[in-house]
Design a protein around this ligand. Structure first.
Ligand SMILES: Nc1ncnc2c1ncn2[C@@H]1O[C@H](COP(=O)(O)OP(=O)(O)OP(=O)(O)O)[C@@H](O)[C@H]1O
Ligand SMILES: O=P(O)(O)OC[C@H]1O[C@H](OP(=O)(O)OP(=O)(O)O)[C@H](O)[C@@H]1O
Ligand SMILES: O=C(O)c1cccnc1
Length: 468
């Protein structure tokens, strides 16, 4: 496509692409945006090396002039985006690229790859965090992640979504995420008994969590953990035990009794084993005595919904006369009809209680902050509407790149994680429940809606007059 644009003189025409997803992941009421930091890393290193050019040349598909153009390629144009930790919803732009067509086109796959995955994992993490409440929840997923990159960036996304620490030390090093972990069954198997294994571990560590289910949790694992904790006394910080199999409600209650009776009421019970928000909620309902949750596979692979399904659509394009013309992608499936025009997403909150009223999508020349009353209507069911007064409107898309230069000060990961919590506080609980949440309003302004209808009719008329 880049070669076509380049050879046919379209390469430098201005094009606006927007990235959005169509359905809320996991049936959740909100999603947490993540991926911007890696998008920035990608854009900063975006160039074609001599080896890249040589590879493209030997395919025999590319013109020498075009390859010369690629040799000097660099990002130019603008990127506006939701920032990491921001809440985002279906059918609203999360990211917008306003650049020469050839540049915007090149970015499509990388941006989708990054944002699709990281937003999905941050959202899954937030769902899990919403059921663990204030209990610590640890990311244990690396062994099951779809390869190494997914493990570290997925861990970062999980941290944004509310996880507290990770067993992935590389993610700790790269991003400053707290690291935390216990030990595996292999240690106990290597010593062939719990006592020797725990003792050896205790002699070589200060912080100790013993994995107690290798042979028999209640008959061997826990009694031996207690024995070692008593023998080592102040020489170790006995943090607790981990259970990784069996009926975790029943076992955790018995383990709690044993630890308390032995004089370790502060020792924590860690649990892991294919946990997710459903099993955790269920275990809590059963009053399982679990203090710390280790979650791996089901988080890092987004087990119940492995793709977010975000798309990247051309919404406005410069014509041969230098005028911007809004564009549409039509489909018989209503949700697949794109919304034309370069847009802004405004988060509308009630000034009185600070809670979100909904999102309001406008064309760029509109500013709802100038309005006293805001008429908001559902673009699919226009009879569902409301007029909002005494509101604040905050633009969700922020300038990240302008004229090819990074203009955004990247926050720390701690700031991002904190901002995500604050955004969630401003959302009504009805949108946050994990089963059948209320649908958060994502509305189009009248001008944006009318523009869509006009362009839709124009395209229909064009198709209807075709004769073959
Ligand atoms: N009381 C409980 N209520 C609901 N789910 C539970 C309860 N206890 C354990 N689970 C979950 O049920 C599933 C049990 O899995 P499974 O039977 O494969 O584990 P296991 O046989 O105990 O251990 P292993 O991992 O060694 O196979 C896990 O997802 C676990 O988290
Ligand atoms: O269950 P997850 O949420 O993915 O959490 C990580 C799991 O990985 C480890 O198990 P391991 O790889 O040894 O497998 P097993 O316990 O299923 O035998 C650990 O003991 C956890 O059970
Ligand atoms: O530290 C742990 O206990 C751990 C880490 C990763 C996966 N499973 C367990």
């Amino acid at each position: 496509m880049m070669q076509t644009y380049w050879q046919k003189g379209l390469a430098n025409r201005r094009a606006v692409f927007e990235l959005y997803f169509r359905e809320m992941p996991f049936g959740n009421g909100y999603a947490i945006f993540a991926g911007l930091e890696r998008v920035i890393q990608y854009v900063e290193q975006l160039k074609f090396s001599d080896a890249d050019i040589a590879y493209l040349k030997q395919t025999g598909q590319f013109d020498d002039g075009f390859l010369d153009y690629l040799r000097n390629f660099q990002f130019e144009g603008a990127i506006n985006s939701a920032v990491e930790g921001e809440l985002v919803f279906n059918n609203e732009p999360m990211m917008q690229v306003d650049a020469p067509l050839i540049v915007g086109q090149l970015l499509e796959t990388a941006l989708l790859n990054i944002v699709n995955y990281q937003t999905l994992i941050a959202t899954k993490a937030a769902r899990i965090k919403s059921v663990v409440g204030d209990d610590p929840v640890l990311e244990f997923g690396t062994r099951r992640a779809q390869e190494m990159d997914a493990a570290v960036w997925g861990t970062r996304a999980a941290y944004i979504g509310g996880f507290d620490a990770t067993s992935n030390v590389r993610a700790g090093k790269l991003f400053g995420i707290p690291i935390s972990g216990t030990h595996a069954h292999a240690l106990v198997q290597a010593y062939m008994n719990d006592y020797d294994a725990f003792k050896a571990y205790a002699q070589t560590h200060r912080d100790c969590v013993f994995l107690v289910d290798t042979f028999d949790t209640l008959k061997s694992g826990v009694p031996n953990a207690i024995r070692v904790a008593k023998e080592m006394g102040d020489q170790i910080n006995f943090q607790g035990v981990r259970i990784d199999s069996g009926d975790m409600a029943y076992i955790s209650k018995r383990v709690r009794e044993m630890l308390d009776e032995a004089g370790f009421p502060n020792a924590k019970i860690y649990a892991s084993n294919d946990l997710d928000e459903k099993t955790i909620m269920n275990l809590k309902m059963q009053k399982a005595k679990i203090d710390v949750w280790g979650v791996g596979t089901k988080l890092i692979t987004a087990y119940d919904q492995p793709a977010l399904g975000a798309v990247y659509k051309l919404v406005s394009f410069e014509d041969a006369n230098g005028q911007m013309v809004d564009t549409i992608k039509v489909s018989s499936n209503a949700v697949k009809v794109s919304t034309p025009g370069k847009k802004q997403v405004w988060r509308i909150t009630d000034k009185a209680d600070g809670k979100s009223e909904g999102d309001y999508i406008t064309l760029l020349d509109e500013d709802p902050r100038q309005e006293k009353d805001l008429y908001m209507f559902n673009p699919d069911y226009t009879y569902i509407n409301k007029t909002v007064v005494n509101f604040e409107a905050r633009p969700v898309l922020q300038p990240i790149y302008a004229q090819g230069k990074l203009v955004y000060k990247v926050p720390t990961l701690t700031e991002i994680r904190e901002s995500s919590k604050q955004h969630l506080d401003r959302l009504w609980d009805e949108y946050k429940r994990d089963l059948n949440p209320q649908i958060y309003p994502v509305d189009l302004s009248q001008a944006c809606y009318d523009n869509k209808m006009t362009i839709l009719h124009r395209v229909r008329n064009y198709v209807n007059q075709l004769k073959f």
